[in-house]
Design a protein around this ligand. Structure first.
Ligand code: MEV
Length: 327
């Protein structure tokens, strides 16, 4: 019997990048999900197929659990996606103590890959949940989050925080500071996402910020300033002060620009949103290209983004109250 699990993507209200250095961050899960179906095979082979907004679909077959795909798939996006799938299946084999289990895996996702909406975390979380259940082992969402974090750390060369994976596993709004992770109360926030159609390599962007921090003291001050801003954001969230949340998002975007992780397309979308009356707008996730998130209860931002050449797609995103779940 196949096992299917899904997990949501996320936007960062505040704190991406700085969270890697121990500052707090507040990501919020959104109703865009990755669904992973896993069927145990009677040999040790792996077959993975995927369909995604930014991929036309691909299928790769592995000769054995330790081997790379035996088809030549040069697309870096596919290689990156396969890294997360491989590592998630390794975590599931480890959790169930079944080191040579083989699987057929199908991934369907409405979260664009590498766009800042947490597609890799959602695939890792849903993949671990589905594969462990398929092997007869039930993990609670906290254990799934911890193993999915190990996946991101492996694939991103040790450069990851728990934020994306914890948020995807638990759902809702979460606060992450180092190893301290908790879900927090949040009102229904009027998120609007703008997507430039591009993708980024999270590991490279995180490495870029690390290098900047080592060379320039302003970059470590900027990371600390993001931490201060997140703490103010927590208070605004507790007061349900959406106007203040918007102002703080604008500041956060400015600080992320100083760290060199914005892009012309992201800045154009951020300004289009602000000029259309958004309460605030910022890039979300690793940056470099991908998505911005704005707060706007009215139609202005969506309309403005749909008319902005840099924006390939815009949509309203609801807070996903549920994290990983059985489908
Ligand atoms: C990527 O979605 C968020 C970063 O802060 C990296 C991480 O937290 O692992 C840039």
């Amino acid at each position: 019997m196949p096992s299917t699990s899904s997990a949501p993507g996320k936007v960062y209200l505040f704190g991406e990048h700085a969270v890697v250095y121990g500052e707090p961050a507040i990501p919020c899960a959104i109703e865009r999900r990755a669904r992973v179906t896993v069927t145990e095979r009677d040999d040790d082979r792996l077959r993975v197929s995927a369909s995604d907004l930014t991929l036309d679909g691909f299928t790769v077959e592995y000769g054995g659990v330790d081997r790379r795909p035996d088809v030549d798939v040069p697309t870096p996006l596919i290689e990156a996606a396969m890294g997360y799938v491989d590592a998630a299946l390794a975590e599931a084999r480890d959790a169930a103590d079944r080191p040579s289990a083989g699987f057929d895996v199908e991934i369907e996702s409405d979260i664009p890959l590498g766009a800042g909406l947490g597609s890799s975390a959602a695939v890792a979380v849903a993949g671990i949940d589905a594969a462990t259940r398929e092997l007869g082992c039930d993990l609670d969402p906290g254990e799934v989050a911890e193993r999915a974090y190990a996946v991101e750390r492996t694939v991103q060369d040790g450069q990851a925080s728990r934020a994306d994976t914890f948020c995807s596993a638990m759902g809702g709004a979460v606060r992450v500071e180092g190893a301290d992770c908790e879900t927090i109360d949040a009102p229904a926030l009027p998120f609007v996402v703008g997507y430039d159609g591009a993708s980024h390599d999270t590991g490279e962007l995180v490495a870029g910020v690390r290098a900047l921090r080592e060379e320039y003291s302003f970059a470590s001050d900027t990371v600390a300033a993001i931490g201060d801003l997140v703490r103010r954001g927590e208070a605004a969230l507790a007061d349900e002060d959406v106007a203040e949340l918007g102002r703080l998002m604008d500041f956060d975007h400015g600080l992320l620009c100083a760290l060199g992780v914005s892009a012309r397309s992201l800045d154009e979308m951020v300004w289009a949103a602000r000029e259309a009356g958004a309460l605030g707008a910022k890039l979300t996730g690793a940056g470099g290209g991908g998505c911005i998130v704005a707060l706007d209860p009215d139609d202005g931002t969506e309309t403005a983004l749909s008319l902005t050449p840099a924006c390939a797609e815009t949509f309203r995103a609801e807070l996903a109250r549920e994290g990983v779940r059985v489908e």
